[in-house]
Write a protein that binds this ligand. Structure first.
Ligand code: MN
Ligand code: MN
Length: 473
């Protein structure tokens, strides 16, 4: 009906960048596909709440698709699928392409760690007839959000003889859960006058773990003794064994569909486990691509990517060197060349526009829930400080891949200029010479115990990553 349109309407259609709600163009059939995919995602979330559990779940999924531990493989050929697990906390997967790796890799990198509360090394104490665990928060949290919610205990206790005891209490319906108490409003006058950041001091994040005293009038700290006795009977540990433990407190909530239309997902740890799942399911489908496909599941992103399981470590370089050693062969400088010719999507969540807090976003440059995957050309703070600004040429290349595959995407900034900022692992890989852009799912209530995403965006992330892995240079 071109003749019924005005000149302005025709021009507008041709020239304006239309930003549309993805559901409006989603068929019933596609919607069912999206919901089914997200059921798988929610299952994954319910069995993978910590970085160690993420690695276990991905290993299981990968092995079911024919991936092998690179340490058990002598020679690598095109089409081979391998993985490497670093200290049970971070992981790399690869599907070897038909082209030389020196022509570059297609990399997608996410992180498996999420904000949480860790136990201190000397956690157990008794006060006022209660036993508690002292905690130390991990990552950027709003402390008040972590009180008065059900929490579960996940982690490992390692004894001096090397024995590793896995602990998980609070996930099974028959298990008890734990919580951190808060003051009743009736007596909170002083607390309520404080700034939110100061209202709950870090030292008040103490987990309530028991209240029955050990039946012996001759000993002190009877409640603590009773708890240690239960732990000793169940796990064979003593108080001292907590010195070499990594116990994490995570929300005991299940991942659930959200909304009367069921269009969204509420879950703990979607930053960045949503990108772990979507990137993993994308690479697991690859069969002998042209370009070697790599998936990174990094650790420690929430506290700066340091340490030997963080992205700053050299372990990723060692993995790629090993692919060369066991594959087409290595030589001086080849690793650096591989990186300089590689492309990467830094798969990390984006701040979704929240109408209730619209003042922190600039609407023209915000990611919207339900409009597809969100890309950040740069992150950083103030004058882009700390950002690895993606090159326009690379942004165009990624756009063309997404457009050719009908992937819904948006390019945005993380909030208004001067309001704040953030960072991802992007710059670490960019420093090696790789072309990198941040590209992930928009989230509401990021870093809270119950983060929100749109099922539409989760599925588009999976489709986007799949298209990227299959792209040809
Ligand atoms: Mn993240
Ligand atoms: Mn984060």
């Amino acid at each position: 009906m071109e003749e019924n349109k005005t000149q302005g309407e025709i021009l507008r259609e041709k020239l304006f960048h239309k930003k549309e709600n993805g559901w409006e163009h989603t068929s019933e059939e596609r919607k069912n596909e999206i919901y089914a995919y997200c059921d798988g995602y929610m299952d994954f979330m319910n069995r993978s709440k910590t970085e160690r559990e993420i690695v276990e779940s991905v290993k299981e999924m990968a092995e079911a698709k024919g991936f092998r531990d690179i340490q058990t493989v002598e020679k690598i050929n095109p089409g081979d699928k391998v993985y490497y697990i670093n200290k049970e906390k971070s992981m790399y997967l690869a599907v070897i392409g038909t082209k030389s790796m020196e022509e570059g890799l297609n990399i997608i990198g996410a992180h498996g760690d999420s904000p949480r509360l860790d136990l201190k090394p000397n956690p157990i104490y008794e006060d006022g007839g209660f036993a508690y665990f002292k905690t130390h928060y991990y990552g950027g949290i709003k402390k008040y959000q972590w009180t008065t919610i059900p929490l579960a205990i996940h982690g490992v206790i390692v004894k001096t003889n090397g024995e590793k005891i896995k602990v998980c209490i609070g996930e099974d319906k028959k298990d008890p859960i734990f919580t951190i108490t808060d003051l009743l409003p009736h007596l909170a006058q002083e607390q309520m006058d404080k700034k939110i950041r100061d209202a709950i001091p870090g030292e008040n994040l103490n987990l309530l773990i028991g209240s029955i005293p050990f039946a012996d009038s001759k000993v002190g700290e009877k409640v603590k003794l009773n708890i240690l006795n239960i732990l000793n009977q169940k796990y064979g540990v003593t108080e001292k064994d907590f010195l070499s433990a990594e116990i994490e407190l995570v929300p005991a909530f299940e991942a659930r569909s959200l909304g009367i239309d069921g269009s969204m997902i509420a879950a703990y740890g979607q930053d960045d486990k949503v990108c772990v799942y979507t990137a993993t399911t994308a690479i697991l489908e690859m069969e002998k691509p042209e370009t070697t496909a790599i998936c990174i599941i990094s650790d420690k992103e929430e506290i700066g990517s340091m340490g030997n399981t963080g992205m700053e470590s050299r372990v990723f370089d060692t993995f790629i060197s090993e692919l060369l050693n066991k594959g087409e062969g290595n030589q001086p400088n080849r690793l650096e060349k591989v990186f300089c010719h590689s492309k990467m999507l830094s798969a990390d969540v984006d701040a979704g526009f929240d109408p209730i807090y619209a003042q922190v976003s600039e609407k023209n440059n915000a990611s919207f829930i339900g409009r597809g995957i969100g890309m950040n050309k740069y992150t950083g703070a103030r004058g882009k400080s700390g950002a690895s600004d993606a090159n326009a040429e690379f942004v165009a290349e990624v756009r063309s891949i997404f457009e050719a595959n009908d992937v819904a995407y948006q390019i945005a900034e993380l909030g208004k200029v001067d309001v704040g900022g953030g960072g991802t692992i992007a710059y670490i890989l960019a420093n090696k010479g790789i072309d990198v852009i941040d590209c992930g799912v928009p989230v509401l209530s990021m870093h809270s115990p119950y983060e929100v995403t749109s099922k539409f965006d989760v599925y588009e992330a999976y489709r986007a990553y799949h298209a990227f892995y299959q792209s040809k240079k």
